[in-house]
Structure formats: structure tokens, C-alpha cells
Design a protein around this ligand. Structure first.
Ligand SMILES: [Zn+2]
Length: 85
């Protein structure tokens, strides 16, 4: 049989929107930069830390939390199936 179905606890992450220009970056400076999104219920922007992995689209930067919430980052290995008709 094939490999066991362990997608649920698979720690890998996917970027379904990579073709739209989304990129994964690592913050390499201590310069103050903030996540472009704000979580509903919060009234502050997330500070990105040096060494933090974040996502970028043009000049807009998003922490992984917000990227995940917006669906530009996914744990679903079969994300590519979703858009197919
Ligand atoms: Zn954020």
C-alpha cells in the first residue's frame, strides 16, 4: 500500500497562490516592520521579528498567522485540487 494518510498532522506548509506572486521570505533585519493585516478583534499590527518567516505580495508583508487566515498559506497538501472545476 502507499504511504499512510497522515496529512492531518503533516507539518508542511503550502502556498496555493504562488503563481499570483506571493512569496515566502525570512526577515533578516531588526528594522521595525509590521504585518499588513490586522486580526479582527485586535487593534494593533503584528510586529515582524528578525528571523521570522513571513509572506510578501508586492510591498505588503503578512505574518504566517494572517497568511494562513487569508488562505495564501495552507496545510492542505491537496490545495491545488480546490480550484479545479
Ligand atoms: Zn499578522
Amino acid at each position: 500500500m502507499g504511504e499512510p494518510d497522515r496529512e492531518a498532522d503533516d507539518g508542511r506548509l503550502y502556498v496555493p497562490a504562488w503563481e499570483d506572486g506571493w512569496r515566502v521570505r525570512i526577515k533578516t533585519t531588526w528594522e521595525r516592520e509590521y504585518c499588513f493585516a490586522m486580526k479582527s478583534g485586535e487593534d494593533f499590527y503584528h510586529l515582524l521579528m528578525a528571523g521570522e518567516i513571513y509572506m510578501q505580495f508586492d510591498d505588503e508583508k503578512f505574518c504566517m498567522e494572517c497568511a494562513m487566515r487569508r488562505g495564501v498559506l495552507s496545510r492542505n497538501r491537496l490545495h491545488w485540487k480546490r480550484g479545479e472545476s
